[in-house]
Ligand binder design. Structure first.
Ligand code: GLN
Length: 488
């Protein structure tokens, strides 16, 4: 049962062929078997899952099903869940139990989903391999004996979804944290337009970049999840008041003589990627051409500066957002000799090294002597990148590019912080510009591990982005069923 896609499961639930309780039990069994080894969940909620499932079964029986009734999901442990511990994978929030529900998780409740648990991530979503988690890193279910990283920061969700421990789940993408982990685990990850999914109740990292989005095994499944996540939220002042109609199955955007101009970013052509990535990317572009797409070269002149701008802006916002963890209001408190000493001791004990590094960088670039040269300069680069994307979209309808350079590396790879940061090269620019981008599997590399490529669109063109991603998914045609990739 765990190999079913969400779309298939909804059909079977509706027809009565399976029940939500059976579907949930199948996932709880799988969690029991592989959950520890994959380390994909920080907190499990089996009782809640079974009661959600029973309620879903009841509604289905009464003929009043909700959009995603009975679908078991994993919630990134960055979304506040009422009465359920929400840690952001940090020691400082290890015992934090929110009294409120984030908008995104509430939307899932309203859609009838079944909450299996809170999935692992990098501490405060800062990282690329989920290794900065206070609870240890999750691993990828692909070639499990090799202990490959499942990506980050949404690596708990990708590990769970790829391994069949959940049918889909949530992530957040500040600089690539949905797209990168999905690209190396054979999944579909959507970073929607900034503001499409509410940030309310989602632990803040860099507020002008943070973008909640779905993770699933197919493009249609991801679209279904997005359709319940998205929506205007008056509680989030940056939430977009735009109605996005997402109907699944997604319709083809190519074929039958349809016209579509696909842009390839000139500046990315010189970036070194693996031969497999290069070949698969070229193959998929050729496939799209064969369906009638016109391929054009576009230029985003500053795109290679996006990394530098991101690693100024994101830490700057983080240093301000994380100032609230002081041991006074909530979270860990380590008593000192006076209040300042308590602040110091609490923060020294509560945050991990990477989070401290970001706060130091952020505080430095915001200091009066550096603000002009670093922060303001980064803000200007950001504006130029956004403008360049706008100009590029006068020449093309959608853009395609790789999601990363390589397949998954072993978790114990010894990378320096700068080497980790460099892995975000293909993803950060879209966050700076606020535009939608999807990572979709583009094929298997010669080592039999998946690779992903991105489809990028204009603000609020999320549906077109998904439609083109679906064509790529069909051409790539990788088999990412959990029992196939795990061999069990
Ligand atoms: N890897 C990036 C970082 O560490 C992206 C993180 C994210 O998108 N949350 O900042």
């Amino acid at each position: 049962m765990i190999d079913l896609t969400i779309t298939e499961a909804l059909q079977k639930l509706k027809s009565g062929e399976i029940s939500a309780t059976e579907l949930t039990r199948a996932h709880l069994d799988r969690i029991e078997k592989y959950g520890k080894e994959l380390n994909c969940f920080i907190t499990l909620t089996p009782e809640r899952a079974l009661s959600d499932a029973a309620a879903a079964d009841e509604r289905i029986k009464n003929g009043t099903p909700r959009a995603l009734d009975g679908i078991p999901i994993a919630m990134k442990d960055l979304f506040a869940t009422k009465g359920i511990r929400t840690t952001a994978a940090s020691h400082i929030l290890e015992n934090f139990v929110p009294q409120y529900e984030s908008t995104v998780s509430q939307n899932f409740i309203d859609a009838g989903t079944v909450l299996l648990g809170k999935s692992n991530l990098d501490e405060f979503a800062m990282g690329t391999f989920s290794k900065t988690s206070y609870f240890g890193a999750p691993i990828s279910p692909w070639q499990m004996e090799r202990r490959l990283n499942a990506g980050g920061s949404s690596g708990g969700t990708t590990s769970a979804v790829a391994g069949g421990l959940a049918m889909g789940g949530t992530g957040t993408d500040t600089g690539g944290s949905i797209r990168f982990p999905c690209s190396i685990t054979g999944l579909v990850g959507v970073k929607p337009t900034y503001g499409l999914c509410s940030r309310w109740g989602c632990v803040a990292f860099a507020s002008s970049l943070d973008t909640p989005g779905p993770i699933a095994r197919t493009v249609d499944d991801a679209a279904l999840l997005l359709s319940v996540m998205a929506g205007h939220d008056p509680k989030d002042s940056t939430s977009a008041n735009v109605k996005t109609e997402i109907s699944v199955p997604l319709k083809p955007i190519l074929g039958d003589g349809k016209k579509l101009r696909i842009g390839i970013i000139k500046e990315f052509a010189d970036v070194k990627v693996s031969d497999d990535m290069k070949n698969l990317f070229e193959k998929r572009v050729a496939d799209l051409k064969s369906l009638g797409a016109e391929v054009v070269e576009v230029s985003i002149p500053n795109i290679l500066d996006a990394l530098a701008a991101y690693y100024v802006i994101a830490p700057a916002e983080a240093s301000s957002n994380l100032a609230r963890y002081d041991g006074v209001r909530y979270g860990l408190r380590v008593e000192g000799k006076d209040i300042y000493d308590t602040f110091k001791k609490t923060r020294a004990a509560g945050f991990g090294d990477e989070v401290k590094r970001r706060m130091l960088i952020g505080t430095a670039v915001l200091s009066s002597s550096s603000y002009e040269v670093y922060f303001m300069q980064a803000a200007r680069v950001r504006r130029m990148i956004a403008d360049s994307f706008n100009r590029a979209f006068e020449q093309c309808d959608l853009i395609v590019c790789p999601s990363g350079a390589n397949t998954a590396l072993p978790l114990d790879s010894d990378l320096t912080p700068l080497e980790y940061y460099a892995l975000d090269l293909f993803t950060v620019a879209m966050n700076l510009a606020g535009i939608p981008a999807v990572s979709v599997p583009c094929g298997l590399a010669s080592n039999n591990l998946p690779l992903g490529m991105q489809v990028v669109g204009k603000m609020f063109d999320d549906v077109c982005v998904l439609q083109l991603a679906k064509h790529i998914e069909q051409f790539a045609n990788i088999d990412n069923r959990p029992t196939k990739i795990m061999g069990k």
